[in-house]
Design a binder for this molecule. Structure first.
Ligand SMILES: Nc1ncnc2c1ncn2[C@@H]1O[C@H](COP(=O)(O)OP(=O)(O)OP(=O)(O)O)[C@@H](O)[C@H]1O
Length: 258
C-alpha cells in the first residue's frame, strides 16, 4: 500500500507538484496521466525516492519512504526507465543479472539460485535471441523490453513504469502492457505507470490519477476520469469518447482541428 499525503515539489521557485494526496492499494494497476510538464515523472520519482519531496509524506506499507535503507528500497521497488540501463557495452544477460544486486552479498552470491527466475523473464519477454547481444546492438523497443526484464528480475513489490511504451510499436505496446499486467495478477505486485496514451491507460489501469500543471485534478476509475469534457479541459483538445466494444472501457478517439 502506497500512501501519498500532501506532497509537493518546486523547482526554481515554481511548484511542479502541488498537494498530491492519494493512496494505491496492494496489487493495484495505477495510472498517472496528464499533459507534458504536468508533474507525472516528478511524482513518480518522489514515489521511488529518487527525488525528495519538499513537504508532505509518502509511505510504503505503513512506513515512511525515508526510513527504508537503499537496499530495502531496491528490494521493494523497481523502476522501468530507459535511462536506468547501464552503459551500452553490457550484454543483455548481464543486465538482467544486475536486477538481482539487491539480494546479493558482497561476494555477489544470494541464497537461492536466480537462474530459473532469469530464464522465466527471458522467456516471457521473448529475449531469448538477444541475451548475448550488447545494449548498443538493440533497437529502442528491444532496450525497453530489456529494461522491463531487469525490473521484473528484481522481484519488486512495486513496479514503477515511466512511459513504458515509448519507442514501441502497437504490437509491442500491447505485449509490454500485457506482461506487466499478467505479472501483476500472478505476483500481486503493485504497478504505478506514467502513461501518455489514454487508451492504454483505459485498457490496463484499475484507477487513474489525472494531473494538470502540478495539480491533482481527479483520481478514479477509467470511466470517471476519461471523460471528453475533462480531457478537453486538461489537454486542450476535445476527443470523442466511446465505450470500447470488447473491453467496455472508455475508448478515446482523437479529432483533427479545423
Ligand atoms: N530537475 C529539474 N529541474 C528543474 N525543473 C524540472 C526538473 N525536473 C522537472 N522539472 C520541471 O518540472 C515540471 C514537471 O516535469 P515532469 O517531468 O514531472 O513532467 P511530466 O508530466 O512527466 O512531463 P512529460 O509528459 O513532458 O514527460 C516541468 O515544468 C519540468 O520542466
Amino acid at each position: 500500500m502506497i500512501e501519498v499525503a500532501s506532497v509537493h515539489k518546486s523547482y526554481n521557485g515554481k511548484q511542479v507538484v502541488k498537494d498530491a494526496r492519494f493512496s494505491i492499494a496492494r496489487g493495484e494497476f495505477f495510472g498517472i496521466i496528464g499533459p507534458n510538464g504536468s508533474g507525472k515523472s516528478t511524482l513518480l520519482k518522489m514515489i521511488s525516492g529518487v527525488v525528495p519531496a519538499d513537504g508532505g509524506e509518502i509511505s510504503l506499507n505503513g512506513k515512511r519512504m525515508g526510513s527504508y535503507s537503499r537496499k530495502e528500497l531496491a528490494r521493494l521497488l523497481a523502476v522501468l526507465e530507459q535511462e536506468a540501463l547501464p552503459p551500452v557495452g553490457f550484454r543483455v544477460r548481464e543486465v538482467l543479472e544486475m536486477g538481482r544486486f539487491p539480494y546479493q552479498n558482497w561476494l555477489g552470491e544470494e541464497p537461492e539460485d536466480p537462474t530459473p527466475l532469469i530464464e522465466e523473464v527471458i522467456e516471457k519477454l521473448g529475449l531469448g535471441e538477444l541475451t548475448e547481444r550488447t545494449l548498443d546492438q538493440l533497437s529502442g523497443g528491444e532496450k525497453q523490453r530489456v529494461a522491463l526484464g531487469k525490473a521484473l528480475v528484481q522481484k519488486p513489490r512495486v513496479l514503477l513504469l515511466d512511459e513504458p511504451t515509448t519507442f514501441l510499436d502497437i504490437g509491442y505496446q500491447i505485449q509490454l502492457m500485457d506482461i506487466a499486467r499478467s505479472w501483476q495478477k500472478n505476483t500481486h505486485v503493485t504497478v504505478v505507470a506514467v502513461l501518455h496514451d489514454l487508451n492504454l491507460a483505459s485498457l490496463y489501469c484499475d484507477r487513474i490519477l489525472m494531473l494538470h500543471k502540478g495539480n491533482q485534478i481527479s483520481v478514479g476509475n477509467p470511466q470517471d476520469i476519461l471523460q471528453s469534457a475533462l480531457i478537453e479541459q486538461v489537454y486542450g483538445t476535445k476527443p470523442i469518447v466511446m465505450e470500447h466494444p470488447v473491453h467496455h472501457r472508455p475508448q478515446i478517439i482523437l479529432q483533427a482541428g479545423s
